[in-house]
Design a protein around this ligand. Structure first.
Ligand SMILES: [Zn+2]
Length: 295
């Protein structure tokens, strides 16, 4: 029987969990649009829980007027971090909400792009009734790392912003570890209306162009780093620079909350030849050996 990585086990186990709390504002998304049929759940999502605001009772004689309301604001998000850290919306299935000031943020992030469209629809073929498409997508032409792509990725706005963040990580790690920046990324696809390859019934973020698969990195010096050939799934620190590079960039992308999911060959055999990066509403760390599996 297929083995389920811990992160997915966690998701499956949580299916019977009580209904999630109402969503809270964060990451400045525009008004909600997507459908919200309850389904999936979360793994460890660190959320900035609001600390209790002590409304200490002031002495009656205190001339200081009491504040009429406590200030409210979205949880702080690190620059360059686009992972969904809000556990309240983990159960929502559907394309991501449009991103407020998308074009302004893309320009500020150093992204050259073209507006694009991807109709939202229900697949409706066979037994599958999954929703596909997204209300806000762009064609990513060039990012701050000046990296070319084998095909211009069609992505949700937030994914385009996250990819720009990833380029900065790539160039720093490639220069330091490999002595040459990345010149080109061989990407294996972004939009694909389908369920998860390993888990039928679970909607892939590819269905919303909210994911990208990356197979290899071509350096400016002409050398290529391939996930299939160079990724080292051993427990020990990798011996070869190419493996060190792949491990470093994938773990930074996860640990710095650039993406919600960073899946590598550590995760399962479906990812032996590529990194899967997405902005799902729940988290999964696929950058480390999966310590627990069930048969
Ligand atoms: Zn993928």
């Amino acid at each position: 029987m297929r083995k389920l990585p811990l992160s997915v086990v966690t998701l499956l186990l949580a299916c019977g969990a009580p209904a999630p709390r109402p969503p809270t504002p964060r990451n400045a998304p525009a008004s909600a649009s997507a459908s919200a049929s309850a389904s999936a759940s979360a793994s460890a999502s660190a959320s900035a829980s609001a600390s209790a605001l002590a409304s200490a009772s002031a002495p009656a004689a205190d001339p200081e007027p009491a504040p009429t309301s406590a200030p409210t604001s979205a949880p702080a998000r690190r620059p360059g971090a686009y992972a969904n850290l809000d556990p309240a919306d983990d159960y929502i299935v559907g394309p991501p909400d449009p991103y407020t000031d998308c074009e302004t943020e893309l320009v500020a992030a150093g992204v050259k792009f073209k507006p694009a469209a991807l109709a939202v629809h229900v697949a409706g073929r066979g037994k599958s009734k999954i929703m596909c498409g997204a209300p806000q997508v762009v064609t990513y032409l060039r990012g701050p790392g000046k990296i070319a792509y084998s095909a211009p990725p069609l992505l949700t706005c937030a994914m385009a912003l996250a990819l720009a963040s990833f380029e900065r990580i790539l160039q720093k790690e490639a220069t330091e570890t490999l002595g040459s920046p990345v010149a080109r990324i061989e990407q294996l696809g972004t939009y694909n209306c389908r369920e998860m390859a390993a888990y039928p019934g679970w909607v892939s973020e590819h269905s919303y162009a909210n994911a990208i698969d990356i197979g290899s990195f071509v350096l400016a010096n002409g050398k290529t780093v391939e996930v299939l050939r160079d990724f080292d799934v051993g427990d020990a620190p990798p011996a070869k620079p190419a493996a060190s590079f792949l491990r470093a960039v994938s773990r930074r992308a996860n640990d710095e909350d650039v993406f919600s999911h960073v899946l590598t060959p550590f995760f399962d055999a479906h990812h032996k030849n590529h990194f899967h990066l997405d902005l799902a509403r729940f988290r999964a760390d696929g950058t480390r050996p999966q310590p627990v599996s069930i048969d």
